[in-house]
Design a protein around this ligand. Structure first.
Ligand code: NAG
Length: 233
C-alpha cells in the first residue's frame, strides 16, 4: 500500500461513510425516469426472438380464420380429408401445434429478456398464479362445453352445435377461450416479472380482439342461415 492510498483514506469523512458509499452506487439518471420509461428500458424490441413471438401471435388467429373461411366457401378441406369431421380435427391439431409453438416462443423471450425489480414481489407472483388458475379454468371449461369440433371452428365445416352454448363459462364472457388464454399469458408474465411478457400479452389480447371482430359476425351468420333452412323444411 502506498502513502497516497493512506492519505486518500484519511481524507474520507468518518461519520456518514456507509451512507455516502451507498449513494455513490445510485445511478441518478435512472431516478429521473418515470416508471414507464424504466419499464420500456427493460425490453429489447430488436431481439429476433421477440419478433418471432410477435409474428407467431399474429399469425395464429390469421391462419385459422383464413383456412376456416376458405373451407366454408369451398369445402376444400372436407373433400381433401373425405369428411368434414376429419378435416376439422386435422385443423384442430394444427391449431394446437401452432399454439404450443406460440407459447414456446413467448416463454423463450420472457426467459432471455430482463426481469423488472418492481414486479418481483410476492403479491405480483400470487396474482399471476391466480390469473393462470382462472385462465386454465376458462379454457378447459369452454373446451368441455364446446367439444373438440366446437372449439376448433366446427361451424365453418358445417358441424354446427344444436344450440348456442350459454352455460358456464359462456355466461361470464362471450369468448372465454380467448380471454382465458390471455389471462394465462398475463399470469406467466407476472410470475416471471417480465416486462416483455406484458407487452407480448398485450399483443395477444389485441390479436384476439381483432379475431373476435371477424369471427363473431361470421359465426352468427352461419347459424342464421341454418335456422332459416330449418324454417323452410
Ligand atoms: C354462470 O353459471 C355458473 C354455473 O351454472 C353459475 O355458478 C354462475 O353463477 C353463473 N355466472 C353468472 C355471472 O351468471
Amino acid at each position: 500500500m502506498s502513502d497516497s492510498d493512506a492519505a486518500a483514506g484519511r481524507k474520507k469523512p468518518n461519520v456518514p461513510l456507509g451512507c455516502c458509499e451507498g449513494l455513490n452506487n445510485v445511478d441518478y439518471s435512472k431516478m429521473d425516469l418515470i416508471p414507464i420509461e424504466e419499464f420500456i428500458r427493460h425490453i429489447n424490441f430488436r431481439d429476433s426472438s421477440f419478433c418471432i413471438a410477435v409474428i407467431a401471435i399474429i399469425f395464429n388467429p390469421l391462419f385459422w380464420n383464413v383456412v376456416a373461411r376458405w373451407e366454408h366457401r369451398t369445402r376444400g378441406l372436407s373433400r381433401c380429408f373425405g369428411s368434414p369431421y376429419l378435416a376439422c380435427c386435422s385443423l384442430g391439431l394444427v391449431i394446437i401445434l401452432l399454439n404450443v409453438l406460440r407459447s414456446h416462443s413467448m416463454t423463450v423471450v420472457m426467459k432471455t429478456q430482463a426481469r423488472w425489480e418492481p414486479m418481483e414481489r410476492t403479491e405480483v407472483f400470487y396474482f399471476g398464479i391466480s390469473l393462470m388458475v382462472l385462465g386454465t379454468l376458462l379454457v378447459v371449461s369452454s373446451f368441455l362445453a364446446l367439444g373438440f369440433t366446437g372449439t376448433f371452428l366446427g361451424d365453418y365445416f358445417g358441424l354446427l352445435m344444436d344450440e348456442k352454448v350459454t352455460g358456464f363459462p359462456f355466461n361470464l364472457t362471450e369468448n372465454p377461450m380467448y380471454w382465458g388464454s390471455t389471462a394465462n399469458y398475463l399470469g406467466l408474465a407476472l410470475i416471471g416479472a417480465s416486462p416483455v411478457g406484458l407487452v407480448l400479452t398485450a399483443v395477444v389480447a389485441l390479436a384476439y380482439k381483432v379475431a373476435i371482430r371477424f369471427e363473431g359476425p361470421f359465426t352468427e351468420q352461419i347459424y342464421q342461415q341454418r335456422n332459416q333452412r330449418r324454417k323452410h323444411q
